[in-house]
Design a protein around this ligand. Structure first.
Ligand SMILES: *Cc1c(COP(=O)(O)O)cnc(C)c1O
Length: 391
């Protein structure tokens, strides 16, 4: 065979639903020489990473650590550890990732009740109170930031409500952590999971999870073994918990990455970081709307970090995204599920939530949309964003 050439991909700006660009400091941390996964220096880094994760999740939960895999493994960790066959479970779905939880909970043997909201909408507490009181589930699972629609579900009062009915609240924070407030303790969330490649500006490969004492008790009270060996928290915790016993070989360089990503979040400060995401969203939104694009999520629940807009009639989805990528080096996302071919998803997450990214994506979209025959005024998007920044 001929040996493939050395890697040299054309540079990209990753403004889709993830992965987002890793921060340069994260990439450089990843080139740190390897340590053994039981080296005392590495164990100290694990402690530091867990401590920083607690700060970012705004929790004191002892059981807080990153699963060695992507966000979906975090989802699966929360569900397989808390659900036993026959357990009544409610999954609330308002998009693609809610449906993924439905599938996983079903595979765990849950007695499943699926609550659906239209794509682009969110649930109100009253609806969920009724479901909780009739179903009396062991677990209610919901997506905090639905990346397929760009909608933010308010979960701030939901933990209390679940606890009124003896249910545990599981929350998908994959797209919210590091971009929007996530307050596990104040919101009484029992199990939450996230990923490394969206708001935390790392490569994909780690899934932070956190279990409340209530969820930990439910885990200890299980009658059956967790069906997954790799994701069974009762054994992973002998590595990430107290005694650091071998479970699997931690992906050392990814822990370096996550540690650096978390340092960046805490150096900036949570509130400053959330405000930055809102500021850049307001400018991007002004620009997109000046180009005649409308959001798929209802106005009261639009995510700052994930801007999903409808593709105008008569505009070719694939041709436009291809031109964005090849001519401008910018990746944006297409639609998933119900929104396939109908929506574009622009992520300005973590390190990529900054004016340079907002103005670049708007300038490129103007050119691409005009080229595709959309009736827009060239320059209108960038000008509207610039006015929003100046205001
Ligand atoms: C990206 C995403 C996931 C899946 O994470 P992977 O890292 O792709 O496995 C799950 N839930 C939501 C809301 C997401 O945006």
């Amino acid at each position: 065979m001929t040996i493939p050439g050395q890697l040299s991909p054309a540079p990209r700006l990753l403004l889709g639903p993830g992965p987002s660009d890793a921060h340069p400091r994260v990439l450089s941390a990843m080139t740190t020489p390897l340590l053994g996964h039981l080296d005392p220096q590495f164990l100290e880094m694990m402690n530091e990473t867990q401590q920083m994760l607690r700060s970012v999740f705004q929790t004191t939960n002892a059981l807080t650590f990153p699963v060695s895999a992507t966000g979906t493994a975090g989802m699966e960790t929360c569900l397989v550890n808390l659900i036993e066959p026959g357990d009544p479970v409610v999954v609330c779905t308002m998009g693609y990732f809610g449906n993924r939880m439905v599938d996983i909970a079903g595979r765990c043997g849950a007695k499943l009740t699926v609550k659906e909201a239209p794509w682009g909408q969110t649930f109100d507490l009253q609806q969920l109170r009724e479901t909780l009181s009739t179903v009396r589930p062991k677990v209610l699972a919901i997506v905090h930031a639905e990346t397929s629609t760009g909608a933010l579900q308010d979960v701030s009062q939901l933990g209390k409500l679940c606890h009124e009915f003896g249910a545990l609240l599981v929350t998908d924070c994959v797209t919210s952590l590091g971009c929007s407030p996530v307050k596990l303790d104040e919101w009484e969330v029992d199990a939450a999971f996230s990923c490394s490649q969206k708001g935390l500006s790392c490569p994909p490969g780690m899934a932070p999870v956190s279990f409340s004492p209530r969820a930990t008790d439910a885990l200890k009270a299980r009658k059956s073994k967790v069906q997954s060996w790799y994701l069974d928290l009762t054994s992973i915790m002998s590595y990430w918990g107290g005694d650091r016993a071998y479970h699997h070989t931690a992906p050392i360089s990814m822990v370096y990455a996550l540690r650096e990503g978390l340092r960046l979040v805490l150096e900036e400060g949570l509130e400053a970081r959330f405000a930055r995401h809102v500021r850049n969203h307001v400018a991007l939104k002004a620009g997109l709307e000046a180009l005649g694009l409308t959001y798929t999520a209802a106005p009261h629940c639009q995510l700052p970090q994930l801007n999903a807009v409808r593709i105008p009639d008569g505009i070719d989805d694939l041709a436009c995204r291809k031109r964005m990528l090849t001519e401008f080096g910018i990746e944006i996302g297409g639609g998933l599920g119900d929104f396939k071919g109908k929506a574009w998803r622009i992520g300005i997450m973590g390190h990529n939530s900054r004016p340079a990214c907002v103005l670049q994506v708007l300038a490129a979209m103007e050119v691409v949309l005009a080229g595709a025959g959309a009736k827009i005024t060239l320059g209108a998007g960038v000008a509207a964003a610039e006015r929003a920044y100046a205001a």
